[in-house]
Write a protein that binds this ligand. Structure first.
Ligand code: NAP
Length: 522
């Protein structure tokens, strides 16, 4: 049986307790054990800050980028191994696993290229100076690496992408990393980190890993550390209010859950291309990764007159989905990640039941191909329908982390925007309308409530990346309930791991300062 280890202070170590098991969600069988009891989290952070921090500080942006490039190249060579772990431990179909694994590799490569362009500098300087007095006295804004460690805590649904999208940005910024994957799917993260460590790609202390509970990790946090958390709003609240976090006031980023919305434009008809594009994305929402994406569409807003046509069309497509063992090529929907997530999804469905009718699914699938539904964590792709948006409460509030969407009719655009806002801040929204002007106007109204808005008009057609897919060029994160954090977005992602300082002085001093920094606007 596999036993995952933590990588701290330059070596792999075991937890001293038995720990908890992680499973194959298709069969419920235990794959291995994970435990961090007795692992020296404070020592890991200290080693990262002192040893890893010093090593990274000696490197330019371009040199750090080269490290990322080497990690991506090395991991790409063993891609099949990672896909296999994703299938076995996360219940991923080939497509699901690719989103996680290839998404992680692509993000590493993207940041490798970005860092290369920053060249030999180790600091960033914002273009332009501000004159502060009549005499020769000015200010410029400089970004430098925070002298702490980056504590990266991730959710279970993206053990590869979630790890590397955070690690890539932290390392480019020059911060050493202590990563903590979610216990249920940490196998993939552990295997990838082990491969990177064994290949000797990174300097000692640049990348540490805690496999198991985060106990002790936050107790040792210091003021210049950064905590980037992805997970549920409940855990986010616990981290925010942790006594050591309150006392040390490290930089804290929370990427939490959200009840994301997709909106069919008021002018769309069943013949519009927009109708078809929304159907495609709605079908993805109840099949890809069995709906376990934080950015997944949860609510679908359609004009009242279009409700029946849309529900009918989506229901018939859902009938074509095949739930089962993701190892089989015909399977399009795998299981949830484990029994606990299945129970949580059932609890969520029960909360939505009083406000909706079930058009498809709503429980265990009738047919599960190649697996025993009593043993695996399978949930039927589910289409719920509400009669009106105004009286809903749970539908706007409960994130069922599975293949579940609710169609909600709206009267007019004002009501639709109001309903979208009832999510109280989300990661991603999408708008489907053939008319670009109409789509743009809707996007502008949705923007304050969302971190990202995808618009699909006739010009975009099928050439978009999808509602749920996070692109490293674009910021990821949302206001309010979604956590208020912001990640990625090209160079913007570096902000989190760097300190902006207004440096005041003579033009000569500022010119000298600028000589070894690179111009960049974050
Ligand atoms: P979770 O239960 O909140 O756990 C997230 C991470 O926090 C795990 O690594 C977990 O470790 C750790 N953790 C738990 N208690 C902690 C504590 N007291 N102190 C420090 N760390 C602690 O979330 P999940 O079930 O893994 O993920 C599903 C949720 O994440 C969904 O709600 C989804 O919407 C959200 N999500 C958001 C995003 C985003 O980018 N906004 C992306 C993916 C997922 P253990 O596993 O060891 O308990």
């Amino acid at each position: 049986m596999i036993r995952l280890q933590s990588h701290v202070c330059g070596r792999f170590v075991d937890g001293v307790a038995a720990g908890r098991s992680f499973v194959d969600p298709v069969t419920g069988e235990t794959l291995g054990m994970i435990d961090s009891t007795g692992v020296d989290c404070a020592g890991a952070l200290d080693h990262a800050r002192r040893v890893g921090g010093a090593a990274l500080a000696a490197l330019s942006f371009a040199e750090r980028g080269a490290l990322l490039g080497r990690i991506a190249e090395m991991l790409s060579a063993s891609r099949d191994t990672w896909l296999d772990i994703a299938r076995r431990n996360s219940g991923n179909t080939a497509r699901d696993a690719s989103i996680d694994v290839d998404g992680g590799l692509a993000t590493l490569k993207y940041y490798a290229r970005l860092a290369e362009k920053l060249g030999a500098a180790k600091r960033l300087i914002e273009p332009g100076s501000d004159r502060l007095a009549k005499g020769p006295f000015e200010a410029r804004h400089v970004w430098s690496t925070r002298p702490g460690a980056a504590i990266l805590i991730n959710a279970f649904n993206f053990p590869a992408w979630g790890l590397w999208e955070k690690v890539a940005v932290a390392l480019v910024a020059g911060m050493p990393v202590v990563a903590k994957p979610a216990s249920g799917t940490a196998w993939l993260a552990e295997a990838m980190v082990r491969a990177v460590v064994e290949a000797g790609v990174l300097p000692d202390g640049a990348l540490s890993l805690i496999c198991g509970s985060a106990e002790g990790l936050l107790d040792a946090v210091e003021p210049f550390d950064c905590i980037a958390f992805t997970g549920s709003a409940d855990t986010g609240r616990m981290i925010r209010s942790h006594p050591a976090v309150l006392a040390a006031n490290p930089r804290l980023g929370i990427e939490a859950d959200s009840v994301n919305v997709a909106l069919l434009a008021p002018s769309a008809t069943a013949e519009a291309q927009a109708f078809e594009r929304l159907l495609e994305q709605a079908l993805a929402a109840v099949s890809v990764k069995a709906g376990q994406l934080c950015t997944n569409i949860r609510r679908i807003l359609v004009p009242s007159a279009m409700k029946d046509a849309f529900v009918e069309a989506l229901a018939s497509r859902i009938d074509g989905l095949v739930v089962g063992d993701p190892a089989l090529p015909e399977v399009t929907v795998g299981p949830l990640v484990d029994e606990k997530q299945l129970r949580a999804a059932f609890a969520g469905l029960a909360a939505l039941a009083s406000e909706t009718r079930t058009a498809r699914g709503g429980g265990l699938p009738k047919t599960v191909v190649g697996a025993d539904p009593a043993k695996g964590a399978f949930l039927a792709p589910t289409l719920l329908v509400a009669d009106t948006g105004a009286t809903l409460s749970a539908v706007h509030d409960v994130e069922v982390f599975g293949p579940v969407v609710t169609v909600i009719p709206y009267r007019d655009l004002d009501e639709a925007i109001g309903l979208a806002a009832r999510g109280e801040g989300s990661l991603a929204a999408s708008v489907y309308g053939d008319d670009a002007e109409e789509a743009g106007a809707i996007a502008a109204r949705l923007a304050p409530y969302h971190g990202r808005v995808l618009t699909v008009d006739v010009e975009v057609g099928r050439s978009h990346t999808g509602h749920a897919i996070v692109m490293p060029q674009c910021v990821h994160g949302g206001p309010g309930r979604a956590g208020g954090g912001e990640e990625l977005g090209g160079l913007r992602g570096l902000r989190f791991f760097m300190q902006r300082t207004a440096i005041q002085g003579s033009p000569t001093m500022l010119a000298a300062l600028a000589a070894d920094a690179v111009d960049a606007t974050l």
